[in-house]
Design a protein around this ligand. Structure first.
Ligand code: SF4
Length: 283
């Protein structure tokens, strides 16, 4: 177990419910302000743009992001996913607050970063630094904690959201960063926390940035998104229904790419899937 996680766990064990700990006011106010920001952001829409969190997307989606394709779908997330994302962001600020109360020397928290790849400028913000190294904080379900976030090998196998490319990108964008530290991962089901070091991932991180730059070059050259194949092909479900891949169903450009060929299911508000529209219903 890494030292800062050991220190954090010992602090919680010693101080929770002990009536002795004096909260650092500045730390508390920062946390409250950040939680307020999360709650306000929940009600605001966000225009899709190319950012470090979207660097692992395929070329067609990258084209849309880079060229700001109009007519994007604002409601691509399930209501339950929206709430889960809100709870995760709030949990992050609370755990980082407790880490600071534990005496862990977190620095450059939520620094705004400017990055440039192939002449394309991107903005982002990092989670924090620790001993000069870039750290990313992740909240996850118990299942993901056991499977995806077990170790670096399992993260590599399940990196569909591109977490591996984010860390070196933030590192490049922060003058203070001397290298990548890793991920501090919090289990929303059990309250457990661990650190996954990025030490053994130097090669994968370099390759992921190189791959991103290659895709970006292609995308910059293209005149239209139609020059690229769909990022993900539709699937046939066990019941024989043709349905869009979940990544397309969640993508803001679903209408542009697939028109009226697929329609969102209305059966369950928590399950937004796009199924093939029957021929007669085609508009
Ligand atoms: S809808 Fe699917 S194919 Fe189109 S940009 Fe989004 S992910 Fe790619």
């Amino acid at each position: 177990m890494s030292n800062h996680i050991k220190q954090f766990k010992q602090f919680i064990y010693d101080s929770a419910g002990d009536n002795t700990h004096q909260i650092n006011e500045e730390n508390l106010q920062y946390c409250l302000k950040s939680v307020e920001g999360c709650l306000r952001a929940f009600f605001k829409g966000r225009k899709p743009s190319l950012s470090p969190s979207g660097m692992s997307v395929e070329r067609r989606k990258m084209w849309h992001l880079l060229n700001k394709t109009k007519g994007y779908n604002k409601d691509q997330f399930k209501p339950t996913s929206r709430i889960k994302m809100l709870v995760s962001s709030v949990a992050e600020f609370i755990i980082v607050f407790l880490m600071k109360e534990a005496g862990i020397k977190i620095h450059n928290e939520q620094d705004k970063l400017n990055m440039e790849f192939q002449g394309v400028k991107m903005k982002g913000s990092c989670d924090y630094g620790l001993d000069g190294k870039m750290h990313d904080f992740k909240c996850c379900s118990g299942d993901n904690y056991r499977v995806k976030w077990k170790n670096t090998k399992t993260l590599l196998e399940h990196d569909e959201f591109g977490y591996i490319i984010q860390l070196p990108t933030y590192h490049k964008g922060a003058e203070w960063s001397t290298g990548v530290g890793g991920w501090d991962v919090y289990n929303l089901d059990t309250g457990d926390i661990k650190h996954i070091s990025a030490k053994k991932l130097d090669y994968e991180m370099d390759m992921s940035i190189e791959h991103f730059e290659e895709k970006l070059k292609d995308v910059k050259r293209a005149k239209s998104w139609e020059e690229f194949p769909p990022c993900h092909q539709p699937i046939i479900t066990k019941s024989g229904v043709e349905q869009l891949d979940w990544r397309c169903a969640r993508c803001p450009f679903v209408k542009t790419c697939w028109g009226n060929k697929y329609e969102p299911t209305k059966k369950n508000i928590n399950q937004i899937s796009y199924i093939k529209r029957s021929e007669g219903a085609e508009r």
